[in-house]
Ligand binder design. Structure first.
Ligand SMILES: NC(=O)c1ccc[n+]([C@@H]2O[C@H](COP(=O)([O-])OP(=O)(O)OC[C@H]3O[C@@H](n4cnc5c(N)ncnc54)[C@H](OP(=O)(O)O)[C@@H]3O)[C@@H](O)[C@H]2O)c1
Length: 291
C-alpha cells in the first residue's frame, strides 16, 4: 500500500491520448481549468489545433499543447514518446483514452487488427515507453479509459485475438476494452509498493463521435446517446476524478464507474490471462517493461 500524500493537479503535466475531441478533450479542458498543463495527442492536426486554442482561451496560454500522432502506428508512438521525454522533465499523469469503433475489419499500418492496435496496444506501448519518466515523477497516476462493454465477452480469444476467422465489431471492441482492464490490473500488481498507481474506468454511455464510421447514421447515434446517456462533459467526470482527487492517492488496480469503485467482469480478474495478454502485447510491440 502506498503512503497517503497530498495531491493536486496544479502545475502537473498530464498527457491524454485521443484528446482532440470527445471525452478526452473535455477531460483535458477540465484538468487545465484546475491548473494542470495538458498534453493533447491525436491524429488530426485541425482537431488538435482547435482543442488547444479552446483550452488556452479558457485556462491560459501555457495550459495546453499538442502532438499529432496516429496512435495505431507503433513507430509513431515511439516518436511521440521520445519527443515527450525531450520536452518534459516530468510526467505526472498519463490518461490512455484513445479508441475507435470499427464496423468492418481494418488493419493498422503495422498489419494489426485495429481494435487491438489502437484500443489496447497503444495503451501498453505508450505506457511502457514513458514508464521511467512516470516513475521518476512519482507520486504519479496511470489511468486507462475502458468501457462496461468489456462485459460482453467472456475472455480474451487467445486462439484468434485479431478476429481473423470471423470479424464482429462489438466483440472485437469489447475484447479491446477487456484488455484495457486486464492491462490495468496487471500493471497495478507490478506497481505495488511504489507511488505510481494504475486504475481503469467506464465513462458511461456518452454522445460522441465514436461511431463516426457509420456515415450518415453517426450524428443520429451521437444525439441518441446524448439523450439516453451523457454529454461528453459529463463523460469526462470520472477520468478527471481519477486524475485529480487527493483521496485516491493509495488506490491502485481498481475499476471506476460514475466516480465510484465497481467490480469489473469476472473474466477481467483472471490473472493468468492477464499475464498471457501482457506477454502477447510485448511480442506484438516488440517492447518489454516491468518484468
Ligand atoms: N462514447 C461512449 O459512449 C463510450 C462509452 C464507453 C467507453 N468509451 C471510451 O471512451 C474513450 C473515448 O471515447 P470517445 O467516445 O470520446 O471517442 P471519440 O469521440 O471518437 O474521440 C476519440 C479521440 O481519439 C482520437 N483518435 C481516434 N483515432 C485516433 C488515432 N488513430 N490516433 C490518434 N488519435 C485518434 C480522435 O481524434 P479525431 O476526432 O480527430 O478523429 C478523438 O480525439 C474510448 O476509450 C472509448 O472506448 C466511450
Amino acid at each position: 500500500m502506498n503512503e497517503q500524500y497530498d495531491w493536486s493537479v496544479v502545475e502537473k503535466n498530464i498527457l491524454i491520448t485521443g484528446s482532440s475531441r470527445g471525452i478526452g478533450f473535455h477531460a483535458a479542458l477540465d484538468l487545465a481549468k484546475k491548473g494542470a498543463h495538458v498534453i493533447i495527442v491525436s491524429h488530426n492536426i485541425e482537431h488538435c489545433k482547435n482543442a488547444v486554442t479552446s483550452i488556452r482561451d479558457k485556462a491560459g496560454e501555457s495550459s495546453a499543447r499538442y502532438y499529432v500522432v496516429d496512435l495505431s502506428v507503433q513507430d509513431e508512438i515511439h516518436h511521440l514518446a521520445s519527443t515527450v521525454l525531450e520536452d518534459y522533465d516530468r510526467l505526472d499523469v498519463l490518461i490512455n483514452n484513445v479508441a475507435g469503433w470499427f464496423p468492418k475489419y481494418e488493419e493498422s499500418e503495422d498489419g494489426i487488427e485495429m481494435n487491438l492496435a489502437l484500443n489496447h496496444l497503444s495503451y501498453f506501448l505508450l505506457t511502457g515507453l514513458l514508464f521511467d519518466r512516470i516513475m521518476a515523477s512519482s507520486p504519479a497516476r496511470i489511468i486507462n479509459v475502458s468501457s462496461d462493454a468489456h462485459r460482453q465477452v467472456k475472455g480474451i480469444r487467445f486462439d484468434d485475438i485479431q478476429f481473423n476467422t470471423k470479424y464482429q465489431a462489438y466483440p472485437a471492441y469489447a475484447q479491446s476494452k477487456l484488455a484495457n482492464i486486464m492491462f490495468t490490473y496487471e500493471l497495478a500488481r507490478r506497481l505495488e509498493g511504489t507511488d505510481v498507481t494504475a486504475n481503469a474506468l467506464h465513462p458511461g454511455l456518452v454522445g460522441t463521435d465514436l461511431y463516426r464510421r457509420y456515415g450518415f447514421l453517426s450524428p443520429i447515434l451521437k444525439s441518441i446517446f446524448q439523450i439516453v446517456g451523457k454529454s461528453p462533459e459529463q463523460g469526462a467526470e470520472t477520468p478527471v476524478y481519477l486524475a485529480s482527487s487527493p483521496e485516491l492517492s493509495d488506490v491502485n488496480g481498481k475499476y471506476f464507474v460514475d466516480k465510484k469503485e465497481k467490480r469489473s467482469s469476472e473474466a477481467s480478474y483472471d490473472r493468468e490471462a492477464a499475464q498471457r495478454l501482457w506477454e502477447i502485447s510485448e511480442e506484438m510491440t516488440d517492447f518489454t517493461y516491468l518484468v
